[in-house]
Design a protein around this ligand. Sequence first.
Ligand SMILES: [Zn+2]
Ligand SMILES: [Zn+2]
Length: 147
Amino acid sequence: MPEIKYCRDCRRIFQYTSGPVLCAVCRRIDEEEYDKVRTFLRDFPGANMKEVSDNTGVSPNKISRWLKEERLEVSAESPIALNCESCGIRIRSGRFCVDCSRNLAREMMNAGRELKNSLKKSPDIKGEGYGKDQFGLYYKHKEKFDK
Ligand SMILES: [Zn+2]
Ligand SMILES: [Zn+2]
């Protein structure tokens, strides 16, 4: 089912099918610009953001976006700075360095495991002052505060 969306670049309404949220016109421009930047970076891997932007006519914002979206990758020697959002180390595309993405994935897994453990543990709470309500939720008795 095609959806009606606002184009990310020109804000016109268009019938969205898939991929980036761009109307047919902007999508064609986007692809042409992307090709230009990619070709330029292949020929001049040491170019900085201003040189790339000046020579391709593509705004630095767009180039940064492609880098973050991992559509574009800069060479290891490229002065185009892209930093890991977690530790700040230099990366070539995306948002996080290899180490941080691995840590983030691990943290997410641990968080999931801890949640599972705590859910498993909760029926054992029989300490004083705890009771179970009709929904099966544990709560702390507050009678002693009701004097
Ligand atoms: Zn558009
Ligand atoms: Zn990092």
